[in-house]
Design a protein around this ligand. Structure first.
Ligand code: COA
Length: 194
């Protein structure tokens, strides 16, 4: 049963309690669980690429992430099993900026976990990662996620017209970003919500 949000710990406490395992430290089994989640229809439907990813492709992506560079991936785990992911990409140390994306297994969605994961992502980005700017892009139909980002300090910066083709139709994409001062301003208020 879904917990009443008024019974829940505060958002900052829920975010801090999440277990995140860096992909570079994950064993093969955990890394492959992430592929199962990424390939769930409810997840891939909202990604730029919605076709299933093959195991070899995923292994190559894991290997490239492990080799270091511009991408950091964190696996959200519960009782040792993967439940979702946090992906920072395009990490640019000249300008201290990055892009990010996240997803949760369908069985974990709609219970407030996504908001907690986003809070943690912002704390990581503007804390230990030392970023100044965190950006993301969301397909325009994904209005709950756009609203979630806006409520967490992201501002709309643009609209990429017909950026994605899906089933022979074109779809717009919304570009959003949050700056370190935006997060510092909003964080104390957000931290106290349930
Ligand atoms: C995006 C995602 C991680 C959000 O996680 P979640 O656990 O489902 O989100 P939450 O339960 O924390 O909900 C966050 C807010 O969005 C709202 N929301 C979530 N789903 C909604 C829906 N279908 N319709 C309307 N509002 C919705 C919630 O009410 C909540 O607002 P509130 O805190 O004011 O009540 C998850 O849905 C997911 O993995 N989706 C597929 C992949 C994806 O779209 N990723 C984002 C693009 S990279």
């Amino acid at each position: 049963m879904t917990q009443d949000r008024h019974d829940r710990p505060t958002l900052d406490a829920r975010a801090a309690a999440l277990t995140l395992v860096p992909l570079i430290a994950a064993d093969e089994a955990l890394a492959m669980q992430l592929l199962d989640i990424r390939n769930e229809p409810a997840v891939r439907a909202n990604m730029y690429r919605d076709t299933a990813i093959a195991p070899e492709e995923h292994r190559a992506w894991v290997a490239a992430t492990r080799a270091g560079g511009a991408r950091e991936v964190w696996i959200l785990t519960e009782d040792g099993a993967a439940q979702g992911a946090l992906i920072f990409s395009g990490i640019d140390r000249v300008h201290d900026r990055a892009d990010w994306a996240f997803y949760l297994s369908g069985r974990m969605q709609g219970r407030g976990l996504g908001r907690a994961l986003e809070f943690r992502a912002l704390d990581m980005a503007f804390g230990p990662m030392g970023l100044h700017r965190l950006a993301c892009q969301v397909i325009a139909w994904n209005t709950p996620v756009i609203a979630l980002h806006e409520s967490m300090g992201f501002s709309r910066e643009g609209l990429f017209r017909e950026h994605v083709r899906r089933d022979d139709a074109w779809h717009d994409v919304i570009a959003l970003a949050c700056l370190a001062p935006d997060w510092r301003t909003l964080r104390p208020t957000l931290a106290q919500r349930s």
